[in-house]
Design a protein around this ligand. Sequence first.
Ligand code: FVH
Length: 289
Amino acid sequence: MSDVSVIGLGAMGSALARVLLKSGLSVTVWNRSPAKAEALVAKGAVIAASVKDAVEASKLVVACLLVYDTVYEALEPAKDALAGRTLVNLTNGTPAQAREMAQWAATRGADYVDGGIMAVPPMIGQAETLILYSGAHAAFEAHGKTLGALGMARYLGDDAGLAPLHDIALLTAMYGLFSGVTHAFALTGSEKVPAEEFLPMLTNWLGAVMTWLPDMARRIDSDDYRSDVVSNLEMQAAAFDNFIAASEGQGVSPELIAPMFQLIKKAVASGYGDADQASLIEMIRSRQQ
Ligand code: FVH
């Protein structure tokens, strides 16, 4: 028996297996393309001849594959071996997919824990690397030490969908930041300002913007969009006209920032002209929430 089996040895699965080995655990590995196991075998991993052998080798099975469909496909020949084991799925997916997989695992007698890795492969194993988990609590606790070797393990609750929900929320925030930053670099670059020269000004500004987030969170939690507003949406809509015109004038497509402009205009048209930026959430969320 091994301490843990890792199914999927892409960039992330290999990093997970490497760190588990480095922390002194015995690790069995399986990958659709077996060649990817070679480097890990050289470091002490045991390569399983089949995915069923890999599942049978450990009480803890960690899967990290491309998408959920590939998890079902890969585990199909091993599904009857899952009983009495814990499946920790670190594959990126949706909350609905995670809940469905928790059901699928339950019908096979397995405990299911879903996970979201807030890191790129070289960050695995660092104490500050955040990995989100949700699902079977007792199973998470039982394997806490092993999972803790991968990074800072944060358990979010029994609902398997919570880890992917928070994962996707954090990733969408990151992509929103990338959108604005890419546009900003394009604007300054249109006048040949090197990105590295603009960078300190940009990071200082983003640091100042971060200090506004607690107020935004408070407003959202309390539906308070109109008290003490210092930058209302009507003013922002007028300024945004300039952002679009300046971009086009500098030969920069506004496509990364235009959706925000559309939303601000929609909010103003819906009566939020005197409200704070936080009120934009009312334009995108369903009122059933
Ligand atoms: N790499 C990253 O920066 C991110 C960081 C955050 C978390 N993501 C998610 O982790 C999952 C795996 O990502 P990855 O980086 O390991 O991805 P790849 O290197 O492309 O490896 C993909 C593995 O999936 C296997 N696979 C694909 N299709 C199948 C299939 N039909 N049956 C069995 N296995 C399959 C693939 O096998 P092979 O091509 O080597 O034979 C790899 O093991 C992912 O959800 C990220 O969003 C990573």
